[in-house]
Design a binder for this molecule. Structure first.
Ligand code: ACM
Length: 343
């Protein structure tokens, strides 16, 4: 709910975090009202992981988040994930399916099974309309088109789709953002932003996709999954969270990496910023989210803002311990992971 997001914006602002990226659509639910396609929220908004009740933002809800963010100097970046991660749309709108029959709702956590029909003009009318309504809701410069884990889309169809979707974003006057796989398109608009979510030890294919974005005149957001993802467990005692990104992610892991040395050939000038994603399939409440985000989000803020030569984990830890006392006083939930002599 908006009432949960606004206090979270205060947490972000207190750490000088100035962008909030909202992943608004996925296989399990569609979370933003689109006037031209009310079924997206009337049908696709009703489901969530594990059979939980779904939910969605009305346009007024979304405007309230954008306005509260702006008061805190935070830009909201909305994401419509495509062409994969689209089952909720395929459930809502039968015409998006090649056979004209609505897909079945999905509330598990498997990935990579859904795809928009990339050779259908109905798909592009849908994408254009959704992006136009989203652009109208978005004062900020960016629209995120997702593009991750499109394993049910052939490589040719994927590249074709990304090229067309990116052009539709450009047509709204916004700058395209997408997960780094969008580098598989060789016709990205100038200034496209890729979001690197591979590992710090970059696999060749991920590095190649990311570099292809830079080679086309774009820049990167660095969010390597094994250091930047806030939904990874700190250690195996955490009741919630994931472990798929090379296991657990300690506070030290979250702190001690340099965005400018992850991808050979991608340096400071090619990097727009960093992002610490948090996926919510193992979280139900904002308290659970906040507790998982802190303290690693403080580490990420320092990765973002401090010059690399001034960053030192042993210097960070005593400051983090003092911050934890302030969080206690302010009622900010946070874990105290083992390995740090918390006060
Ligand atoms: C992602 O974590 N699938 C971007």
């Amino acid at each position: 709910p908006v009432a949960d997001v606004v206090p979270y914006l205060d947490r972000l602002a207190s750490l000088k975090i100035n962008v909030l990226h909202l992943h608004l659509t996925d296989d399990q639910g569609w979370r933003i009202a689109i006037d031209a396609y009310p079924e997206l929220t009337e049908v696709g908004g009703l489901t969530a992981v594990g059979g939980d009740p779904g939910g969605f933002y009305s346009k007024d809800d979304y405007r309230a988040i954008v306005a509260a963010a702006a008061e805190r100097h935070i830009t909201v970046v909305p994401e419509i994930d495509m062409p994969g991660h689209t089952n909720a749309a395929l459930v809502s709108l039968p015409e998006l399916n090649p056979d004209g029959a609505a897909a079945e709702p999905y509330t598990g956590t498997r990935v990579g099974f859904s795809t928009l029909d990339t050779r259908s003009e109905t798909t592009y009318r849908f994408v254009e309309t959704v992006l136009a309504e989203l652009a109208e809701l978005t004062p900020g410069p960016y629209l995120h088109i997702g593009g991750d884990e499109s394993h049910a889309t052939s490589p040719d169809d994927y590249a074709y789709f990304v090229t067309r979707a990116a052009a539709l974003v450009e047509g709204t006057g916004k700058t395209v953002v997408g997960w780094h796989q969008i580098g598989q398109s060789d016709a990205l608009p100038e200034g496209t932003v890729g979001q690197y979510w591979g590992y710090v030890e970059a696999p060749d294919a991920d590095a190649a996709d990311a570099r292809a974005i830079v080679a086309q005149g774009g820049r990167l957001i660095m969010s390597p999954a094994d250091v930047a993802y806030l939904d990874m467990k700190y250690d195996v005692t955490n009741p919630r969270g994931a472990m798929w990104a090379n296991g657990t992610t300690s506070v030290r892991d979250a702190y001690a990496w340099d965005p400018a040395t992850v991808l050979p050939g991608v340096g400071e000038a090619d990097i727009l910023g960093v992002e610490a994603p948090l996926w919510t399939e193992t979280f139900r409440t904002i308290d659970e989210v906040e507790e998982m985000a802190m303290p690693r989000l403080a580490a990420m803020a320092e990765v973002a803002w401090s010059a690399q030569e001034l960053r030192d984990y042993d210097d960070f830890v005593p400051r983090l311990m003092r911050l934890s006392l302030r969080w206690d006083a302010e009622g900010v939930r946070h874990l105290r992971p083992a390995g740090i002599p918390w006060p």
